[in-house]
Design a protein around this ligand. Structure first.
Ligand SMILES: [Zn+2]
Length: 211
């Protein structure tokens, strides 16, 4: 399984991840906050097509290119508790002073958590991890955990946005830290650098939150 990271330093240091099997010409994109042209050039060079977009949550900086990907035939997945964010966020990036040309859209598939999605020859387990948003999910595929804004390398997601809950975030992080074989799992967060799950289970400051 190949994970190609697209990082956007000036856009909140956000990440999109292109995930595919080396023997397949179809790929899954985790989050689509930015970079459709860059990602498409990479895909063209490597002879692959994005078939699915898995959203970790519905905040604008993870969904900006959603309607564009849909136009190109990709099917979008989001958790049911964040589904309305795709078409109700008023000024999207406006409140962060970021220019986005995001258009409202609706997801093609609604998740509840616990699914095992067979996509492009890979299996993605959906783990519901509320806290940063009510419909936050992480995706576990092989030895890769796409952690959205639940945990980052050495930190964790904010819970002061509408629908956020520090109690839920702490339990969600504990759920992630109990995944088997953490030592061999790479964490690919929604912002910033990658990490290792066992390292985060031991060191992430979310473990020291006093509720
Ligand atoms: Zn977020």
């Amino acid at each position: 399984m190949i994970v190609k990271t697209f990082n956007f330093p000036v856009f909140l240091d956000g990440n999109c991840y292109l995930v595919y099997d080396e023997n397949s010409s179809e790929a899954v994109l985790v989050d689509c906050g930015r970079g459709i042209n860059k990602i498409n050039s990479y895909c063209a060079e490597h002879g692959i097509t994005v078939k699915y977009v898995l959203l970790t949550h519905g905040h604008f900086d993870h969904i900006t290119d959603g309607s564009e990907w849909q136009k190109r035939g990709a099917k979008i997945f989001v958790h049911e508790a964040d589904a309305d964010k795709l078409y109700t966020q008023g000024s999207l990036g406006g409140r962060f002073g970021l220019l986005t040309n995001s258009k409202h859209f609706h997801a093609d598939n609604i998740l509840k958590g616990g699914e095992r999605l067979e996509l492009c020859g890979l299996e993605f387990e959906v783990i519901h991890t509320p806290g940063h948003t009510p419909g936050g999910v992480c995706y576990l595929a092989d030895n890769a955990l796409f952690s959205g804004d639940t945990i980052f390398a050495g930190s964790y997601g904010r819970t002061d946005f509408p629908g956020g809950s520090i109690d839920s975030l702490v339990s969600s992080a504990a759920k992630l830290f109990s995944i088997d074989n953490a030592r061999n799992i790479t964490v690919y967060p929604g912002h910033g650098p990658v990490s290792n799950l066992e390292y985060e289970a031991r060191n992430n400051p979310v473990n020291y939150v006093i509720l």
